[in-house]
Design a protein around this ligand. Structure first.
Ligand code: ADP
Ligand code: ADP
Ligand code: ZN
Length: 216
């Protein structure tokens, strides 16, 4: 099964993708994570992407399309993947259609996580993750069971993203509404769009997604 999680920054895509990855043996493909790794490693892709990411704008289409196309060819994607943060523009959606066709792969569903703009800044500003295993947390909404210790791996080191501040969130939300939201009617037209209430609690959202997946 291959799916897309679609929603604004802070909607809960990464949080839910991690859970689906564990429960359904599908691979989470986060273009944001891949780009951050490239920036950190100082690769050519990273050098191209850095300034766009810092400003809260989108990285050029050809860069992310190239990354995803290569990643989908890896053997671990055979059992299914969860696209988290891709596609984000019409050009990316069209390129994805083309690459899936060429690789004889199917897109089973696009799950829209509906969240009101008002709550997104708080979600993004409080976000952090385990520096060792990447498990996601939030200052208020999702704290580790033992203060300062990662639930998943026991590490005591955590990190925050450089772009998770209130100023950048405004640009990222603008980019979402202008460039990514038009994908909703695109996928609705293809009959694959499923919308869920991303304002609900994290566990409740997981239930809704599992419900969608079990009906596919
Ligand atoms: P995205 O990948 O869509 O940008 P994340 O999954 O990283 O979003 O979630 C953003 C932040 O909000 C994280 O700190 C996460 O713990 C928290 N979060 C995710 N889903 C919910 C939810 N349903 N309710 C409250 N907080 C949430
Ligand atoms: P969030 O889940 O908070 O929206 P991501 O981790 O998905 O954040 O993305 C962080 C940044 O990486 C984006 O603001 C953008 O600059 C870049 N990026 C990630 N995915 C894409 C994409 N598909 N197209 C263009 N830029 C992207
Ligand atoms: Zn951890």
């Amino acid at each position: 099964m291959n799916i897309i999680l679609l929603g604004p920054p802070g909607a809960g895509k990464g949080t839910q993708a991690q859970r689906i990855q564990d429960s359904h043996h599908m691979i989470q493909l986060s273009t944001g994570d891949m780009l951050r790794a490239a920036v950190e490693a100082g690769t050519e892709v990273g050098l191209k992407a850095k300034a766009f990411m810092e400003s809260g704008g989108l990285v050029p289409d050809e860069v992310v399309i190239g990354i995803i196309s290569e990643r989908i060819d890896q053997p671990d994607c055979k059992d299914g993947f969860i696209l988290d943060g891709f596609p984000r523009t019409s050009a990316q959606a069209e390129a994805l259609d083309k690459m899936l066709e060429e690789k004889s792969l199917k897109l089973n569903a696009v799950i829209e996580m509906k969240v009101e703009d008002e709550v997104l800044a708080d979600r993004v500003a409080g976000r952090y993750s385990c520096a060792k295993c990447g498990a996601g947390y939030h200052d208020t909404f999702l704290q580790p069971k033992v203060d300062g210790v990662c639930d998943s791996c026991g590490s005591t080191e955590f990190k925050r993203r450089a772009d998770d501040n209130r100023e950048t969130v405004i640009s990222r939300l603008e980019a979402y509404h202008a460039q990514t939201a038009p994908l909703l009617p695109y996928y609705e037209g293809k009959g694959v769009l499923r919308s869920i209430d991303g304002m609900a609690s994290i566990d409740e959202v997981t239930k809704q997604i599992n419900h969608v997946l079990s009906a596919l």
